[in-house]
Design a protein around this ligand. Sequence first.
Ligand code: UFG
Length: 342
Amino acid sequence: MRTKILVTGGAGYIGSHAVVELQQAGYQPVIVDNFSNSEESALAGIESILGAKVPTYRIDCADAEALRGVFRAEPDVAGVIHFAAYKAVGESVQKPLAYFQNNVGSLLALLAVMPEFGVESLAFSSSCTVYGIPDALPVTEATPTKPASSPYGRTKQMCEDIVHDVAAAPGNRVHTILLRYFNPIGAHESAKIGELPLGVPNNLVPFITQTAAGLREKLTIFGNDYDTPDGTNIRDYIHVVDLAKAHVTAVRRLLERKASDVVETFNVGTGHGNTVLEVVQTFERVSGQKLNYDIGPRRAGDVPAIYADATKAEQVLGFKTETSLADSLASSWKWQQTLKQM
Ligand code: UFG
């Protein structure tokens, strides 16, 4: 029998790719999603890739009683990957309470309910946002965290703290791996699942592909006066399928009880930084599209430069990214063109 893994937010961007990778690695994913920021169409995409339906529960993860219902219905769940969360930095400034309720509330509910059902393995979606503006690059897991620049960032820091405090409590049996993602981009090679931004995208790559597709007039690059080689921000762009595979590796480590500590933290990035202009130029090259863009003012809250030291994930998890920036952007473009036809 396949080992069951509950995937909260399993219909979302990263979650849907993780569901596919889990199934293909021999696990049985079970999706929990309230579809507040995801689409039913992701389920059809997953089904089409896998040739099988994935059990799905439409509940709010912050609702502990509803979660209990899922664990009762799926008594042999062995572990949880917790993706379900709000993720828009700007929106979190407008609606801080919603972010704390959802992002912190869902983790609290899971941590309370999992032990009731003997489920002791948790992989948690954290973010490189916890590093704030780092003093030195690349950032390692030991790089000190900085005060968050948004309520969204604060929810990720709070969630990490909660995980550590719960782990240290007497009698705790839940082992957690915190995965600090850098910037996920791209889509599944089948172009059957990918990112589905609601409204005007906040993130760079969907904005680029929508501009190239004629849905947006032009991309504005937020500042070219940073202290970087071409003046634009540096980020570590990781292909979403690589990121999904990191979760499979983390789950395996947790289930095999190989973790050296009750909470382990890993950066999940490529280890390389690229400027915004490099991303734009690489996109133009792989898509053959000339992108309409201009340079605008800096965006409030942007970190000038951040990229991962990916050594720990490689040495401890045996995880290494496989997809280049060019191939990642090509997959984003293929996905955008598929969306046009949907
Ligand atoms: N950018 C533009 N124009 C745009 C959109 C983005 O120039 O229209 C630039 C940004 O200034 C930044 C880079 O592209 O330099 C990447 O921006 P994104 O919004 O795609 O990603 P961020 O790095 O700002 O945010 C990501 C995640 C957050 C997370 C954060 C941590 O989306 O969830 O990393 O640094 F909190």
